[in-house]
Design a protein around this ligand. Structure first.
Ligand SMILES: Cc1cc2nc3c(=O)[nH]c(=O)nc-3n(C[C@H](O)[C@H](O)[C@H](O)COP(=O)(O)OP(=O)(O)OC[C@H]3O[C@@H](n4cnc5c(N)ncnc54)[C@H](O)[C@@H]3O)c2cc1C
Length: 424
């Protein structure tokens, strides 16, 4: 029988959300916390071993690129990560949204909002390498990796969560944070239901080479095959996210590169220039999954375990970062890191933001998946209004840059923890 290990926080899942949470808790709370990460995948560099990681351990950090909103970039900057990531990121200075073959268009320019950029695009493996390198600097007393392993049994008590892992290891913690992605098995173990909607689409992603300079332009274009996003990447490349019927995604994935590029060019047009190369193509099935509870006593859900979204609007990880920002601030001001007031406040802070982003993303998916003439007319009028009505455009820009939701969260937190109290 193994000895019970006691830690402050157990993070289930060491992917993008879980690893970032561990880093933020250990570096940003100004308190001597002990954290354990339970990750089901073996680390690539040290198969089967427990200990600090040098390389990304999970499919969470795959070959994708993600768009980070301006507010997320500000947060990563304040957490001391951005200066090292900047060299790998490409600024989005302009966004163009259009509906191929129709009149509706909307444009956003960073300069109109006195910003250098509306957001940044980065390959997530770069983010992963930095986070794991930073995590490797904490001692094993501060951060314990348990992998490959997973939680097999949970027994919540008033003072701690008692966990038993598949390896037989027992852990007692004040707070359990579920960061296991959209299919979180521990969420099921805890009896937390999930609302699931499977979309009839898959996302085909790839990096695309360009003949000309992309000039930091991002495109969201609605084509007859489905919505297609091109995000500007470093080294004159675009990151493509193309939402397609599954059989179409598979057909396009299997095409020889030249034929694929010809079909992409045909679907998108020449607005973004001439495409001349394509990297590895990967297909992801798409669904919307939202947990019916955000938290319980000594338990919180973060990232995809709480909200697994369609990538159409590039909001998933941005939303996850706001989960983490809220949790880290609450932990900073609480003497018991898993207390009921803390977990309840976390739910209150995250509920509204999550519902709004889910509604926005799901609404976009439905609006642009509908081929009827009436729907096409409605969405094109909507795009024109968005472009021409300043208050609506400002609202859209603030949401895209993530500024409004971060500001609301910060305001709620500073009402709860006025600056005077923060200084105590
Ligand atoms: C095609 C695509 C494009 C996207 N583009 C954007 C974008 O532009 N901007 C944006 O903000 N977001 C984007 N996203 C969303 C973003 O990728 C997700 O928000 C992010 O991956 C969530 O990370 P996570 O750690 O919560 O979940 P995951 O990435 O699923 O990681 C879960 C981790 O938990 C581990 N795990 C699972 N089960 C267990 C278990 N039982 N025990 C222990 N460990 C377990 C897994 O091995 C993994 O390491 C995109 C998503 C897709 C699919």
């Amino acid at each position: 029988m193994q000895q019970v290990k006691h830690v402050d926080v157990v993070i289930a899942g060491g992917g993008m959300t879980g690893a970032m949470l561990a880093y933020a808790l250990l570096s940003q709370t100004a308190r001597p916390l002990t954290v354990a990460i339970v990750e089901k995948q073996v680390a690539a560099s040290t198969p089967g071993a427990s200990g600090p990681l040098q390389t990304a351990p999970s499919q969470s950090f795959d070959s994708r690129s993600i768009a980070l909103s301006a507010a997320s970039v500000d947060l990563l900057h304040s957490w001391g990560l951005w200066s090292e990531l900047q060299a790998h990121a490409c600024a989005i200075k302009h966004i163009a949204v259009s509906d191929r073959g129709h009149f509706g268009k909307a444009r956003l320019n960073a300069a109109e909002y006195l910003r250098q950029s509306l957001g940044q695009v980065i390959e997530i493996e770069k983010l992963g390498s930095l986070i794991y390198q930073r995590l490797s600097q904490f001692s094993t007393e501060q951060l314990l990796w348990l992998r490959p392993d997973h939680i097999q049994h949970i027994h919540p008590t008033q003072d701690v969560q008692q966990l038993t892992l598949a390896s037989g290891q027992q852990l007692h913690c004040k707070l359990l944070a579920l960061c296991e992605g959209g299919d979180s098995p521990t969420r099921t173990l805890a009896g937390i239901d999930c609302q699931i909607e499977t979309y009839p689409h898959s996302a085909l992603i790839a990096n695309i080479g360009l003949v000309d300079d992309h000039q930091h332009r991002a495109y969201e274009r609605f084509t007859q095959h489905g919505p297609l996003a091109l995000l500007p990447l470093t080294r004159q490349r675009y990151s493509l996210v193309w939402s397609l019927l599954p059989e179409e995604a598979q057909r396009l994935q299997a095409l020889p590169p030249a034929e694929f590029l010809a079909e992409l060019q045909q679907a998108f047009g020449y607005r973004a220039g001439v495409f001349d190369a394509v990297g590895e193509r990967v297909v992801y099935p798409l669904s919307l999954k939202t947990a019916k509870e955000v938290s319980r006593h000594r338990l919180v859900l973060c990232g995809n375990s709480l909200h697994n979204l369609h990538p159409i609007a590039g909001q998933g990880f941005n939303l996850a970062l706001r989960d983490l920002a809220a949790l880290v601030q609450l932990v900073r001001h609480s003497s018991d890191v898993g207390s009921y007031p803390l977990t309840r406040q976390y739910a209150q802070l995250r509920q509204q933001d999550m519902q709004q982003v889910v509604m926005l993303t799901d609404g976009l998916v439905r609006l642009f998946a509908n081929d009827s003439k009436l729907c096409a007319l409605g969405r094109n009028i909507g795009l024109s209004l968005l472009h021409n009505l300043t208050p609506l455009k400002t609202l859209f820009a603030e949401q895209t840059m993530g500024l409004a939701p971060f500001r609301r969260q910060q305001q709620a937190l500073s009402q709860q923890f006025p600056p005077k109290e923060q200084e105590l």
